[in-house]
Design a protein around this ligand. Structure first.
Ligand code: IPM
Ligand code: MN
Length: 372
């Protein structure tokens, strides 16, 4: 298969984790005979430093003409604590989402038995946790009209949704639920917000086309509690932009490490794949960041292209590394941690060896000693 991919390493640990993802892309493409044209562009704080714009024209046009985008992370502390700054990295991300109409942000939350001990939740709550969040990404309060009064003493952000914006992501979520465990939970605040009542009405209408799917409605405050109290009750969660932002960070810690969670943002023109974690500036350049989320985002990219065997191979490589304690500091506990680059090497190596676990396991110990 031939594809054009724009690679946006971004800021902080972004370039390091992206490098590991690229090792995996190269290993998969060699093994499965695909040809991806990979082009790197500036994005985020680094693009502000170099070009005065977090999303320079050249980067945007590369993204617009590619089949997928692989992003590391953006953000730099020098932009975080000064609300008066007019140019900030996040504006680039929001503009990219809007320009590419990436209206659906998909975040799978699955636990790995091996990581149960690093989860902040009690182990008995972690059995069978496997759900996907569909977060609307190009509407709502993020993109509504913003206002600051002349004397700067009053501000407002408008939250707006149209039936069309809700419908298009709702169908994706219903389709996902029908391929999974037939359960969909809409998270809203319909007891207070008009937009939430519109979401409910649209979802109720669409649900008639999916009689096999059990649809639940939860207010966002209750949902936050339920995600912590009983996370295995969820299958597909559907929600608007800001609730999705908050809920997905909450859900992400269940698994034990933010460093394990990938995401996809799909839309009309292209699709973007990125780890959920941020730019973790304190770890920049230290080769200690967990690259699994970036690597699993690459797996989601292959899945998006319909290349399931490839995606599966990557996921198996990640599990293999976990099973063999080839993990970074965030997951290693008392054991010795591996470097970010080594985790990437090992997953790529697993793929090059075609995941031949039975035969290679013993040999692997030897080879691993050589590369670790
Ligand atoms: C995310 C991030 C972004 C968001 C920020 C960086 C604008 O938190 O992707 O979840 O709020 O959408
Ligand atoms: Mn967020």
């Amino acid at each position: 298969m031939e594809k054009k991919i724009t690679v946006l390493p971004g800021d902080g640990i972004g370039p390091e984790v992206v490098e590991q993802g690229l090792k995996v892309i190269n290993a998969i493409n060699q093994s499965f005979d695909h040809n991806f044209e990979l082009t790197e562009e500036d994005f985020g704080a680094i693009a502000i430093d170099k070009h005065g714009d977090p999303l320079p024209e050249k980067t945007l046009s590369a993204c617009l003409s590619s089949d997928a985008i692989f992003l590391g992370a953006i953000g730099d502390p020098k932009y975080d604590n000064d609300p008066t700054l007019e140019v900030r990295p996040e504006q680039g991300l929001l503009k990219l989402r809007k320009s590419l109409e990436l209206f659906s942000n998909i975040r799978p939350i699955a636990t790995y038995d091996l990581l149960n001990d690093v989860s902040p939740l009690k182990n008995q709550l972690l059995n069978d946790v496997d759900f996907i969040i569909f977060r609307e990404l190009t509407g709502g309060i993020y993109f509504g009209e913003k206002h600051l009064s002349d004397d700067k003493s009053q501000a407002s952000d408008l939250c707006e949704y149209s039936e069309k914006e809700i419908t298009r992501i709702a169908y994706q979520a219903f389709e996902a639920a029908s391929n999974r465990r037939n359960k969909l939970t809409l998270i809203d605040k319909a007891n207070v917000l008009e937009t939430s009542r519109l979401w409910r009405r649209v979802i109720q209408d669409i649900s008639k086309e999916y009689p096999q799917i059990e649809v639940d409605y939860l207010f966002v405050d209750n949902a936050a509690m339920q995600i912590v109290l009983n996370p295995s009750q969820f299958d597909v969660i559907l929600t608007e932009n800001m609730f999705g932002d908050i809920i997905s960070d909450l859900a992400s810690v269940i698994t034990g490490s933010l460093g394990m969670l990938p995401s996809a943002s799909v839309g009309i023109k292209s699709a973007l794949f990125e780890p959920i974690h941020g730019s973790f500036p304190q770890a920049k350049g230290l080769d200690i960041a967990n690259p699994m989320a970036a690597i699993l985002s690459v797996a989601m990219m292959y899945e998006h292209f319909g290349l399931f065997e490839e995606s599966d191979m990557i996921k198996r490589g990640v599990r293999w590394a976990l099973n063999n304690d080839i993990v970074t500091k965030d997951l290693s506990g008392k054991n010795e941690a591996s470097a970010c680059s080594k985790v990437g090497d090992v997953v790529a190596w697993f793929i090059e060896e075609k995941g031949d676990l039975q035969i290679k396991r013993e040999k692997s110990k030897v080879s691993l000693n050589c590369i670790i």
